[in-house]
Design a protein around this ligand. Structure first.
Ligand code: SF4
Length: 321
């Protein structure tokens, strides 16, 4: 399996030309944890191009998570590993794509009922979806592959944006991990068939115990007295209006304040006195990282349920579209 780090030098040089053209002399580099090991290699390439290079030591959880502090001290920022989301002429996105043999998808075809398929994937794998579509069509399927929400590639979903999965037919997810297909299964109330090109594993994801767990958390919050409304300062997670609405709504039942954070973690909340938190930052933290928090973390829609503004069913997943 070939990964795209091999094409880093070429892509970095292309971006370097653009930054030079705008008169830039210093560059900040931001990498997700899984790619931080390439920092020296990248710094070396850009230093040889004549730039002053600064490496971000901050985490980078997604396309929305841009290190604006680093941009304050540099002329441009290269954000590696995600597809473009924040529009700013000084931010250059350099996605990271994984190559795979698309014919392996044949292993998942027995799990698909009928002939209509909606194809979805995450940033690293979605670039090959047009080839997968062609392969499936050659095998007799009608395939829907479309852009939507916060993704930039056809079929690309994010942990906070599932629009390309909307439509008629069975949903086929290509990628690794459970979180994204689970989000889609909850969002559209449908089973999602999965194929992992790295391990060749196939499977099917349904909401299963997820909803039971969410309702158990809500029942616990129902009896509590105070809540903190989390507002993120990250450019692509800052939902100021939603946080304001949440505070107004929470007042009906709880003592509440807006709590402002950059990286949301249990440590940041430990000394605060609130009984539970309404998270308006990345929805994935509420759903996927809940176990690392000592106090319950809920979404805006879940607060609506607690305050009587929304029925408890159907369950609405937190999305940023
Ligand atoms: S909000 Fe969360 S899921 Fe959405 S792009 Fe940012 S890190 Fe990814």
């Amino acid at each position: 399996m070939r990964v795209e780090s091999e094409s880093f030098p070429e892509k970095l040089k292309e971006i370097a030309i653009e930054i030079k053209e705008m008169g830039g002399k210093s560059i900040g580099i931001q990498l997700p944890d899984g790619l931080k090991r390439y920092a020296i290699k990248i710094s070396d390439i850009l230093t040889k191009e004549g730039f002053e290079v600064y490496i971000s030591g901050e985490p980078s959880f997604g396309a929305c998570d841009v290190d604006m502090n680093l941009l304050d001290i540099t002329d441009a920022l290269i954000h590696i590993g995600h597809t473009p989301l924040i529009k700013n002429e000084r931010i250059f996105y350099m996605p990271y794509y994984i190559d795979y043999d698309i014919e392996g998808v044949a292993d998942a075809l027995d799990l698909i009922n009928g002939e209509d398929v909606i194809l979805i994937s995450t940033a690293q794998y979605a670039w090959k979806l047009p080839d997968v579509k062609k392969f499936l069509e050659e095998n007799g399927f009608n395939v829907e592959l479309k852009k939507g929400g916060r993704g930039t590639l056809p079929g690309q979903i994010l942990g906070c944006s599932f629009k390309p999965a909307q439509g008629r037919g069975e949903i086929l997810f290509i990628g690794d991990g459970r979180f994204h297909p689970l989000g889609v299964a909850i969002r559209y109330g449908k089973r999602v068939v999965t194929w992992n090109p790295l391990t060749s594993e196939t499977g099917e994801i349904t909401p299963g115990n997820f909803l039971k767990r969410r309702y158990a958390i809500l029942s616990k919050c129902y009896e509590l007295k105070s809540c903190g409304i989390i507002l993120s300062t990250k450019p692509g997670q800052r939902r100021l209006t939603l946080a304001g609405k949440a505070k107004e709504m929470a007042k009906k039942k709880y003592t509440s304040d807006i709590v402002v954070v950059d990286n949301l973690s249990n440590e940041k909340l430990e000394n605060l006195p609130y009984d539970f938190y309404v998270n308006t930052a990345c929805p994935r933290i509420t759903y996927d990282d809940a176990d690392s928090f000592s106090k319950p973390l809920i979404t805006f829609h879940e607060l609506e349920m607690l305050t009587g503004m929304r029925e408890w069913e159907p369950y609405i997943i937190d999305e940023m579209v």
